[in-house]
Design a protein around this ligand. Structure first.
Ligand code: SIN
Ligand code: FE2
Length: 216
């Protein structure tokens, strides 16, 4: 359990409430980082990053891949969870125990016991890439939270509105931070501001975000 009074080096609290049912757990990845990065490399080899096209015909600035029973895909037909990677024609790589356990531990720290995700969407941001405001609502089970793990360059995360135009708060997410949102915040709008230039000592000139979802 995170010490409520612990602080990270830049004097940010280890735990910050973003809303009802939503919490930012700074540095929550902790000692699981090495195993997670090794497994991530294997996944990315089997299912390389690609820039998806939205149903509206816009190519996303974030590159994506997935692991788990199903993966999130977008094309001219719409958004969906699909067991097959359209680039390879094969199933997505399995979700390794290292990823599962980080997600379950963070969810529990956020107040959601027994989180069992069946999808992990992996987003890669190079400098300039962003994610427009959206809700995660393609999942059938809205009772389960979203667990989002940040790696690499720091980003500004926008979170909190319940309509597209409601104001959001801005949070800096750094390497090893985890955001968990469910309950009353499950359908909160969120997004990521354009990633600033930089070089991360472990991850290089990029940010990688893992979002774990229970889709059914
Ligand atoms: C997402 O909403 O899918 C990604 C959020 C993030 O990159 O922090
Ligand atoms: Fe999202």
């Amino acid at each position: 359990m995170t010490d409520l009074f612990a602080t990270t080096t830049d004097a940010q609290p280890a735990r910050e409430q973003l809303g009802e049912g939503a919490v930012l757990l700074r540095g929550c990845v902790g000692d699981d980082e090495q195993a997670l990065l090794v497994d991530l490399r294997t996944i990315i080899k089997a299912a390389p990053f690609r820039h998806l096209v939205t149903p509206g015909g816009h190519t996303m600035s974030v590159a994506m891949t997935n692991c788990g029973r199903v993966g999130w895909v977008s094309d001219a037909r719409g958004y969906r969870y699909d067991p097959v990677d359209p680039d390879s024609g094969r199933n997505w790589p399995e979700m390794p125990p290292s990823l599962r356990s980080v997600a379950a531990r963070a969810a529990a720290e956020g107040g959601y016991e027994n989180f069992a995700p069946d999808a992990c969407l992996i987003n890669r941001y190079k400098p300039g890439a962003k994610m427009s405001l959206h809700q995660d609502k393609d999942e059938l089970d809205l009772g389960a939270p979203i667990v989002s793990v940040s790696l690499g360059l720091p980003a500004t995360f926008l979170f909190g509105g319940f309509t597209r135009h409601a104001p959001q708060k801005r949070y800096r997410l750094t390497h090893g931070d985890v955001v968990v949102w469910g309950g009353a915040s499950r359908l909160a709008y969120h997004g990521v501001a354009p990633l600033p230039e930089g070089e991360h000592p472990v991850m290089g000139a990029q940010r990688i975000n893992l979002t774990f979802r229970k889709t059914r």
